[in-house]
Design a protein around this ligand. Structure first.
Ligand code: ATP
Ligand code: MG
Length: 247
């Protein structure tokens, strides 16, 4: 692999599930300190790509690097945050115990940092409550706090704002922007088109490939339309993916 020193790199990255090609021969070079939006229909390969980059799924062929390190790599996980699409928290543990658990996984656990992320997601008053007692949106908020608690330099967020109320959603995006300004690289998947324009760069995925890449304005220009929904439909077709057609 060439000497790209950006945050995220993929070379001919491919993941097959039987006949389905979930990620299809993908090449990516993503410089650090930017917010990348991963857009694409259901089944287009967003979560699979994220799992390959985090090292939780094994590539069928090709390779992925994060911070120059070939994934999977256990030690590199100390620098990576991952908020899964399904909540990855432990409902029998309290809010605080969840945070402590995720902090400990990466060898951190400073109380101040834990308090900070708890405050960010507005769960300080629920610190001692079992996660089981949280509402759906609160569980998403706790998942985000757990992904952030070790101050990762590369952050993967799989539909982080699903179920989050509008006011907090705006606050999350402000925080993501502040993290990027401080050098954090963020990959965020979303189906919410008004969030797309908050990203520095969009990657439009269809059938396991990135079919268009650029800022929101560039993508709209490429599609010859003036809003993201139309651009998305025009560039990739509107239907959710028929899994068998991905090859
Ligand atoms: N563990 C698995 N076993 C078999 N097939 C899988 C597995 N994980 C994903 N797939 C298939 O890979 C394809 C891509 O799925 P993926 O979850 O990456 O899509 P996605 O873009 O994240 O979709 P969504 O927007 O619905 O979250 C789909 O056809 C899916 O059925
Ligand atoms: Mg997904």
């Amino acid at each position: 692999m060439d000497a790209f020193t950006g945050a995220i790199q993929a070379r001919a990255l491919t993941k097959r599930f039987g006949d389905i090609v979930a990620v299809n021969n993908l090449d990516l070079d993503l410089p650090a300190g930017r917010i990348y939006g991963l857009l694409g229909p259901n089944g287009s390969g967003k979560t699979t790509l994220i799992r390959l980059l985090v090292g939780l799924a094994k590539a069928s062929s090709g390779e992925a690097r994060v911070l120059g390190v070939k994934m999977p790599d256990r030690e590199n996980l100390a620098h990576i945050g991952y908020m899964t699409q399904a909540d990855g928290i432990y409902i029998e543990l309290s809010v605080w115990e969840n945070l402590r658990f995720f902090a400990a996984l990466s060898g951190t656990g400073d109380k101040k940092g834990m308090d900070e992320v708890l405050d960010l997601v507005h769960l300080t008053s629920r610190k001692n409550a079992p996660a089981l007692e949280l509402s759906g949106g609160m569980r998403r908020r706790l998942s985000l706090a757990c992904a952030l608690v070790h101050k990762p330099s590369v952050l993967f967020l799989d539909e982080p704002t699903v179920g989050i109320d509008p006011a907090l959603r705006v606050e999350f995006w402000k925080y993501f922007r502040a993290l990027a300004a401080a050098g954090t690289t963020i990959v965020v998947s979303s189906h919410v088109m008004d969030e797309a324009d908050r990203c520095d760069e969009l990657l439009l995925m269809f059938h396991g490939k990135v079919l268009a890449r650029g800022s929101g304005a560039e993508i709209r220009q490429q599609a010859g339309v003036d809003n993201m929904e139309d651009a998305f439909l025009k560039l990739g077709g509107g239907d959710s993916e028929d899994t068998g057609a991905a090859a």
